[in-house]
Design a protein. Structure first.
Length: 385
């Protein structure tokens, strides 16, 4: 029997209970990933550890345990103590946490580093952190280092200096297309914008609000829906100060089915992440393209080179609401541009998928953590180019 430990930021305990109660999933592949981890408890001991705001320890089902650790108090000693207590044979590490890599290396635990992070250079401090991470990854019994999609995987090679032959890109399952392409905004004078994600400044929430105000100055009465978890009160107040509070709604976290329906109903899906937010390639880009609404992307480095400007999407300078407003206004004034981008979204959507599907990656690792069958090489960044 394997003893499998997942370490992640997501709240598995809450997600498991919501889904068991019949509630809808909050994001794409949430149910798939929760059911997958829970299903592994049939014949194995599974623990899902959340790095979050509180400590807890609860059995959700036979051989399915969930633990919470206050990430603010995470130390190498605490990670080592958790590893000693659980004694996992296999660790699936979904965040580049050195404390768990060190503990796994000391114990000789099989490790699948499975990240969704882009790594960026940033002076001597970041260089030292990346060197330390590379050193720990080299010490671990890890058949590969996985990361979400192409650019995040490339950053492991270029910034952390991991051999491309050891890097395995991964992705989620495919999103079905919502319908045919769209010819134009419903009312070009009143475009509708949709955002889904955490309500934090680094995700560009304030920039989107400022862009709605900037569109006013361009003669367009835009409306925006900003959906996701976080403190909406401060953002409502900010929207009021910008004079657009009556045209921006904050529905909170909504089911994924409603997210995708809202994307389809909106003229634009906006992904305004700033470079300091550690994106992989967020689900909202896949879902936005599948909605056939026009996607407006910031020039975040995680998105660079994956989609062509004015062919697959609109692109604006991150943290520049005036540029975002300009791109939206341009597509509203040019039905040909809007129609062409919407029409190309199917091919753009298909082109994003790269690497192993995540549950397949984990299953393969659990079955062959030493790569005796040679599964890493054909799925590596080196092989995929």
């Amino acid at each position: 029997m394997k003893r499998i430990l997942f370490v992640q930021h997501g709240d598995f305990r809450a997600d498991y209970k919501r889904l068991q109660a019949g509630e809808a999933e909050a994001y794409r592949d949430q149910k798939r990933s929760v059911d997958f981890a829970a299903g592994l408890a049939d014949g194995n001991a599974v623990t899902v550890l959340r790095l979050g705001p509180e400590d807890y320890d609860e059995m959700l089902a036979p051989q399915l345990q969930t633990i919470g650790i206050d990430k603010a108090n995470l130390t190498a000693a605490r990670a080592s103590a958790v590893m000693d207590r659980i004694a996992p044979t296999h660790l699936v590490l979904r965040s580049p946490r050195s404390a768990f890599l060190l503990a796994a290396a000391r114990r000789g635990t099989f490790v699948l580093p499975s990240f969704a992070d882009i790594f960026q250079s940033g002076g001597p401090g970041s260089w030292l952190r990346h060197r330390h991470l590379r050193h720990l990854l080299d010490r671990c019994r890890a058949p590969c280092v996985a990361n979400h999609s192409l650019n995040a995987s490339r950053s492991l090679a270029q910034i952390v200096r991991i051999d491309a032959a050891r890097i395995v890109p991964w992705d989620w399952s495919k999103v079905p297309l919502a319908g045919p392409p769209k010819p134009a905004p419903v009312d070009p004078r009143e475009p509708t914008l949709f955002y889904a994600g955490s309500l934090v400044a680094s995700k560009g929430v304030g920039d989107l609000i400022d862009a709605v105000a900037a569109l006013d100055r361009l003669g367009l009465q835009a409306r925006a829906t900003i959906a996701g978890p976080g403190d909406a009160t401060q953002w409502r107040a900010y929207a009021d100060t910008r004079g657009v509070g009556d045209r921006i709604s904050f529905p909170g976290r909504i089911p994924n089915s409603e997210v995708r329906a809202a994307m389809r109903a909106s003229d634009f899906v906006v992904v305004p992440s700033r470079p300091d937010y550690p994106e992989g390639l967020p689900n909202v880009i896949y879902e936005g393209l599948a909605s056939r609404s026009v996607v407006a992307l910031s020039d975040h480095p995680a998105f660079a080179g994956r989609l062509d400007r004015d062919r697959h999407c609109l692109v604006f300078k991150a943290a520049d609401p005036t540029d975002l407003a300009t791109q939206i206004a341009r597509a509203c004034a040019d039905p040909g541009l809007y129609r062409a981008v919407s029409s190309a979204s199917e091919d753009a959507h298909e082109s994003l998928y790269l690497g192993m599907e995540w549950t397949g990656l984990v299953t393969t690792f659990l079955d062959d953590p030493e790569d005796r069958t040679g599964w890493v090489a054909p799925n590596s960044l080196a092989a995929l180019g």
